[in-house]
Design a binder for this molecule. Sequence first.
Ligand code: AHR
Length: 327
Amino acid sequence: MTARTPVFSCLTALGLSLAVTALPVAAIAADLTVGFSQIGSESGWRAAETTVSKVEAEKRGITLKIADAQQKQENQIKAIRSFVAQGVDAIFLAPVVSTGWETVLAEAKEAEIPVVLLDRDIDPSGKDLYLTAVTSDSVHEGRVAGEWLVKTVGDKTCNVVELQGTVGASVATNRKKGFEEGIAGHANVTIVRSQTGEFTRAKGKEVMESFIKAEGGGQSICAVYAHNDDMMVGAIQAMKEAGLKPGSEILTVSIDAVPDIFKAMAAGEANATVELTPNMAGPAFDAIVAFKENGTVPPKWIQTESKLYTAADDPMAVYESKKDLGY
Ligand code: AHR
């Protein structure tokens, strides 16, 4: 581990960047140890993010310590405290929920260990407590999904059921908000049921089964919007078991772009997905290396790209390109 540079607090307080003796980037990276408090393995996307983080660390010669929190904030807090005690050079945090981080992040800041948020955000009250956040614009993702649906159904009346992500997660709040913005002003498209499916296939299936029951065997459902593809894969299963035809009778739109949704698209059982890159760690490592090398303070938000895929995008080819990436 490198000797700590006591620049994080001073730089952010002064809004300055400090020039320290420059070492070659590779030499600095090779000497870095980063602790990553990962949420768990609730989805294919999450598994890919963990895999890609290891690959990106290895590419740069960075030592990466990953702590799996099994969906619990208390485990993430413990992991951060343990990384602080070990004196790591930086901490990556994928926050399971957006609130309740002030105390532990203040401890990391006090220890002069820069924290980078990966793929999810925390409440604005914690803004001074981390160096940068590498995330997509999750409101935009929801909006893209909503706009796609509006365009696809035209003037037709469309009752939508929504499978939300983890309650309290920034991405769940934002993807809901974005979708509502996307369908706003189109009175023919309405969300008739909305419940959390906790970002998992099993829960997505279970909740979809209850939606189908509540909506006359699914007859009154026009579309399913899921905050991730894994829940949609579960929902597709539930629709098929109920004798419904997802992808034709009932439209689907979700987020992540995991390989299995492209398989479903190729089979005509899914319609659209918005891609979330699993490579959040690469830009985060680069930001940390530059920060350690010469005090370069990264932008507060490093935004990753979001891209809409539909059945028109040769889903089997996309599946082939993604299937070995750790999903
Ligand atoms: O924070 C990103 C979300 O978390 C992904 O969309 C979902 O699959 C994961 O569990």
